[in-house]
Design a protein around this ligand. Structure first.
Ligand code: FES
Ligand code: CO
Length: 324
């Protein structure tokens, strides 16, 4: 398992709810192989390792609410205790040590979250998904060969919109970013509204200014709100990233709208995939760790304030993975 204690103590996204149906699945989180399965009581995460001969439990099946090993059929109930060993002679009891390693696991906001350290911190709130007034679309998984902070920082980066996403989220003629501040209040860390010129802000083909706000929610979970001042509509995106291994991350999002976009879920997802595909070569080849620290600070612009606040936040949380 990757050693970052601060991240192990977080709720980290493992997969989408819809990924866990009747069969168990394997998910790699912080370098650890997990078997995630669903039974009548909910969703559970085990270390993907049978205590008998080390087979991957994720290749097994769920039977009578138990996870059954694919190799010799040992059956584990959801707390991890082995309750059946088919080969055991009659009258012999199951050894106490026949147990699967379990991790804290919850299903919330259309995603499955795992807390590796078992401290079960309080869960953040995403009110858009607790209200009937919003339409929510789950986006991802999208994998990148980059550490999670690269993907999060890129999402928080205002200056790249009119360059990398020119024609989609910005225009070459409007690259300037007006000064804004980061705010900290009641435990929240969020930006002022930032005015961004968009070529086609609401899908009608009309260019106009919209207002972006960014908020740092957790080390690998951030959100963004786009406000259209003309018709007073809001779109929010909750981005959360699964740290997979030393080299890979997987991004997931919840896209929320308080208005009718006139698009299908598939169209909304396809647009987000396109934006991610534009960012991917940038984050996969970016090496901020090779820059001298003083220059990293000195050459930052006002438009980099959200990204800088994010770096400081990670430091405060004690996250080390990918922050060098
Ligand atoms: Fe799992 Fe033997 S390895 S039952
Ligand atoms: Co981007």
């Amino acid at each position: 398992m990757l050693k970052d204690q601060a991240l192990q103590e977080e709720w980290l996204v493992a997969c989408r709810s819809q990924d866990v149906q009747e069969a168990p699945i394997q998910v790699i989180l912080m370098g650890e192989r997990l078997a995630i399965f669903r039974n009548s009581k909910g969703v559970h995460a085990f270390k993907d390792l049978c205590i008998h001969r080390g087979a991957a439990l994720s290749l097994g099946e769920v039977k009578n609410d138990c996870l059954v090993c694919p190799y010799h059929g040992w059956e584990y109930e959801d707390k991890g205790d082995c309750v059946k060993i088919p080969q055991l002679p009659e009258g012999k009891s199951i050894p106490k040590k026949a147990k699967a390693t379990t991790y804290s696991c919850v299903e919330k906001y259309g995603l499955i979250w795992v807390n590796l350290a078992g401290n079960e911190p309080e869960f953040f709130k995403y009110p858009e998904m607790e209200s009937d007034e919003w339409r929510n679309v789950i986006w991802g998984p999208q994998e990148a060969e980059a550490l999670p902070p690269r993907i999060v920082e890129n999402f928080l980066d205002v200056g790249h919109l009119a360059v990398v996403h020119q024609g989609y989220l910005g225009e070459e003629s409007h690259r300037e970013i007006e000064p804004y501040k980061m705010n900290e209040a009641e435990g929240r860390m969020y930006s002022d509204e930032i005015r961004i010129f968009q070529p086609d802000a609401d899908g009608t083909g009309v260019a106009k200014y919209v207002y972006y706000t960014y908020e740092i929610v957790r080390p690998l979970t951030v959100r963004f709100t786009k406000r259209d001042a003309e018709n007073d509509t809001l779109m929010t995106i909750l981005l959360t990233v699964r740290p997979m291994s030393e080299t890979h991350s997987v991004a997931y999002g919840i896209l929320s709208f308080n208005y009718d976009t006139g698009q299908s879920d598939e169209e909304i997802i396809a647009f987000q995939d396109l934006i991610f595909a534009q960012d991917k070569p940038i984050v996969e080849n970016q090496k901020p760790e090779e820059l001298p620290l003083d220059l990293q600070v000195e050459l930052s612009l006002i438009s980099d304030r959200v990204s800088i606040a994010y770096r400081q936040y990670l430091k405060k949380c004690g996250v080390v993975l990918g922050t060098a």
